[in-house]
Ligand binder design. Structure first.
Ligand code: ADP
Length: 314
């Protein structure tokens, strides 16, 4: 055991704890975590390479800081896991493991992992515009519709890429998208995402509470998460975009919202939503996941909608 570094040893303990609790052995996950934390790994970043600056956010496992990475010569975002609970650390690192597989201009870039004596850092590109939900709620910003439609087009581009890689995000929402240069939007927060195998993924336990109002009925009721359940969440993100970042199903608790959906109720269009965009929301909320459009289709339809809005200067 001591041939591995500290985290490797901890992960083995974690594996044993899970076995004792009669859960599925986590052998596969253990090797995945080893793969990103091995000494000399290309994703390993030394403490000396990082200067930690201002706090910019609060995540599930700890604070997020702006930092400077000397070897890269640029600012970065540093997400910290303050918990020394072994299962938390493994869950935290899972996001890094997922993110390192993807590179796309609409997915936040993973830079590496740094292991400190008492915590673990995930290093990512710095998204200077903050999260998309806060942007939408900022009432001083009265964006033209075509600017907003370009932003949701970015999200569709990232999701089209992820679905082509059989990755299911499972927590797509405005709060989990970040804004960079030129109002470019990138998808972030892969803490709940999973790689699909054999078509569909059954729900597994995660530390985070379920984002019920964003989650498709088949995922809520049967634990069936697919790219098509992400499409449902994308429809909710469209609604958030055109309602200035309101919380979906205003005035309704989650239980009532779920019940109403079963009777065929769907969120009404926020005032001023371009009609073709509301039509897309409704398609994303088709009860049958197979009848919902694919992300590739959403992306190309939105491209032309966005083009039209721009031409009309709406
Ligand atoms: P968690 O997955 O643990 O909930 P998030 O990824 O949502 O954490 O990060 C929490 C907050 O930190 C975000 O809402 C955002 O404000 C900020 N943040 C996270 N990553 C970045 C980043 N790459 N660039 C800028 N800010 C970020």
């Amino acid at each position: 055991l001591y041939m591995f570094n500290k985290q490797g040893f901890l992960s083995i303990r974690c594996l044993l704890e899970h076995q004792q609790a009669e859960k599925q052995p986590l052998i596969g996950e253990f090797y995945l975590i080893r793969a990103i934390t091995r000494e000399g790994d290309k994703w390993e970043i030394t403490e000396k390479d990082l200067d930690i600056m201002d706090r910019i956010g609060k995540g599930n496992f700890g604070y997020v800081y702006k930092g400077y990475m000397r070897s890269r010569g640029s600012h970065v975002a540093i997400k910290m896991c303050k918990s020394d609970a072994l299962t938390d650390q493994d869950e935290f690192l899972r996001e890094a493991e997922i993110l390192k597989q993807y590179r796309h201009h609409n997915i936040v870039e993973f830079i590496g992992v740094s292991q400190q004596a008492e915590s673990i850092y995930i290093i990512m590109e710095l998204m200077s515009g903050g999260d998309f939900l806060t942007f939408l709620r900022n009432k001083s910003i009265r964006e033209k519709k075509y600017i907003l439609s370009n932003m949701i087009l970015d999200v569709a581009g990232g999701m089209d890429y992820l679905s082509s890689k059989d990755c299911v995000h499972r927590d797509l929402a405005a709060r989990n998208c970040l804004i960079g240069e030129g109002k470019c939007v990138k998808i972030s927060d892969f803490g709940m995402s999973r790689q699909l195998s054999e078509g569909e993924y059954q729900m597994s336990t995660v530390n985070k509470p379920l984002p019920i109002k964003w989650t498709a009925p088949e995922a809520l009721h049967k634990g069936l998460y697919t790219c098509q359940s992400d499409v449902w969440s994308y429809g909710i993100l469209l609604w958030e975009t055109f309602s200035s970042g309101s919380t979906p199903y205003p005035g309704m608790d989650s239980k009532t919202a779920i019940e109403k959906l079963e009777t065929g109720y769907r969120l009404p269009a926020p005032s001023g939503t371009p009609q073709p965009i509301y039509a897309m929301m409704l398609q994303c909320w088709e009860y049958n996941p197979q009848t919902r459009p694919r992300f590739s289709e959403i992306h190309s339809t939105l491209k032309s909608i966005s083009h039209d809005l721009r031409a009309k200067n709406i």
